[in-house]
Design a protein around this ligand. Structure first.
Ligand code: 5GP
Length: 222
């Protein structure tokens, strides 16, 4: 019974590319755009700039078990949950992807993303590399962008300046960054975040190009 329910859910999933839709319905879907890259590279700043520049584009709010930082807002920056609550959501199949990062869990709620894409809105996920690789596997139509630092030293400096983590946690994030940068060739695009305005402009070009992509093999359309 459980296997049957899961297979029905999978058939209905648009973002996972398993749904049987007409070519008109396919054309009206939004795109799933993933911005990944090491912690501290500026994913938040750059996607924030992109959201104010481009219309019909929204960012998914993730669930995390990390403690709230000063200034963060529940439901805007993250949905802050306990490990137990996160684990229940994971078991119930509520995440499009999830990962452990520097001692905490992070996940993308699937139903929100699915709804937006169905209503023609492009959705941005700002997530770390393991999660982005899961999206690569499960959502073949997603566009994956790797945001790189201009240099490893620049990343170290940014993380230290942010001063939101302990020395130990910064070291953990830097170690992780080295591994993540090695994976950049697995993604569709690389944008170097040296100049913020330029990086935002480059992301916007990618979003606009994606909107012009031919999504169906329908040869009947004029
Ligand atoms: P932070 O603790 O600095 O807010 O986030 C740590 C890392 O987790 C960042 O690289 C951030 O992009 C990533 N992250 C945030 N939300 C998610 C998510 O839902 N899934 C995954 N895989 N990573 C996420």
């Amino acid at each position: 019974m459980k296997a049957k329910t899961e297979s029905i859910v999978a058939e209905q999933s648009i973002i996972r590319g398993t749904s049987l839709l007409s070519s008109e319905e396919m054309d009206s879907l939004g795109s799933l755009i993933v911005v990944t890259g090491p912690s501290g590279v500026g994913k938040g700043t750059v996607t924030g700039g992109l959201l104010s520049l481009v219309d019909k584009l929204e960012k998914s709010v993730s669930v995390t078990t990390r403690p709230m930082r000063e200034g963060e807002i529940e439901g805007k920056d993250y949905f802050f949950r306990t490990e137990e609550q996160f684990s229940t959501m994971r078991k119930q199949g509520e995440f499009l992807e999830y990962a452990e990062f520097a001692g905490f869990h992070y996940g993308t709620p699937e139903s929100w993303v699915e709804e937006k894409i169905k209503s023609g809105i492009d959705v941005i996920l700002e997530i770390e590399v393991q999660g982005a690789m899961q999206v690569r596997e499960s959502c073949p139509d997603a566009v994956l962008i790797f945001l790189s630092p201009p240099s490893y030293e620049a990343l170290e400096e940014r993380l230290a300046k942010r001063a939101t983590e302990s020395q130990e946690r910064i070291a953990l994030r830097l170690e992780k960054a080295r591994e993540e940068i090695k994976c950049r060739h697995l993604f569709d695009y690389e944008v170097i975040n040296d100049n913020i305005e330029e990086a935002i402009g480059n992301l916007a070009h990618i979003v606009y190009a994606e909107r012009l992509k031919i999504k169906t093999g329908d040869s009947e359309r004029p």
